[in-house]
Write a protein that binds this ligand. Sequence first.
Ligand SMILES: *Cc1c(COP(=O)(O)O)cnc(C)c1O
Length: 405
Amino acid sequence: MNTEDFRPEKEIKVFYPPQRVLMGPGPSDTHPRVLNAMARPTLGHLDPVFTEMMEEIKDLMRYAFQTKNRMTFPVSGPGSVGMEMCFVNMIEPGDKVIVCSNGVFGGRMIENVERHGGIAVAVMDKWGEPVDPQKVEDALKKNPDTKIVAFVHAETSTGASSDAKTLCELAHKYDCMTIVDTVTSLGGTPIKVDEWGIDAIYSGSQKCLSCPPGLSPVSFSDRVTELVKNRKTKVHSWFMDISLLLNYWGSAARTYHHTAPTNALYALHESLLMLAEEGLEHSWARHRNNYEALKDGFAALGMSYVVAEQYRLPQLNSVFVPAGVDEKEVRRRLLAEYSLEIGAGLGDFAGKVWRFGLMGTSSRMDKVIFCLNALETILSDMGLKVERGAAAAAAHKSYAVNPML
Ligand SMILES: *Cc1c(COP(=O)(O)O)cnc(C)c1O
């Protein structure tokens, strides 16, 4: 039999992606050091040189999460797999889970609980607002058989931050375990797993870690290990069953579970090393100072925030689109003319809100100024009354008080 000739409709050539500046809700820019790390020789996933590096990743992750949890490792898969992993391991059919929902990702948590046979008790807050601890306590009182409280620390769909420490304290007061989504917070805003008593936590590589998408750092307390050990039913996923995965990530005598994405893990190693070199406190302060400057620039353009000041995430800025402005056209021009990507609003915010990410290596003074100038030029061009140069000037003034880090 003859093979057919390959005749694509359009000639296929080598793919060279354009160099963008990524200032949306993620992925953020990958640091050149991290990209470079990915290009190093591929090793086998059981090569002793590689497994030694895996231990370093676990140590670096413990630093990033501020935990001594033994069960701290990256899952092969995006943040959504980290999320699913927590729920699929910790929920047995009929288990009651309080899920706080104040945006897209809280909604996905409810979906996870239900798909794994749990009963989700939803505690709803408005989009753009933080999770209300009082509502959570009311739900805990009303549902004394609750096993787990799950919430999103940094809601990327709105830019609102919730008080993880208080929510974890509440959960423990009512003898519940916690699942916390820190996909957008890790590296950008403080997370203290041990101090706050978080039981299960997951994150993503592509937000504040300056790393490409595809890996999900997770960490579990010993209470979770116990819980999984004492399950009456098997975990409803072979791939995500932590007790099986531990044969690869957990023990010195590693055995094959799945082929770990070795080059992607070099990238994570490099990005976590960079975070440790910079220091968590410095990284948090850097994200904050760049937010202060961006915020002052937006104010000079007459733009206002969705989230009240005290609950804002510095790394995810949701602002209202000025009245009369074609928001889609602005995003199209930013991408076409400046190679700058920002995010659109989701759900009720679609068409009304833009999301500007200042995550990881995208959180830098030069990018803040570039973004404000580009936005100002386009808005002015589209007829909005703005004083040219005012946004960057306001940002510069902010950096005089909160310096570039
Ligand atoms: C991005 C994100 C996720 C999902 O991560 P993926 O890598 O896209 O699967 C989950 N939760 C939050 C808060 C996020 O920002």
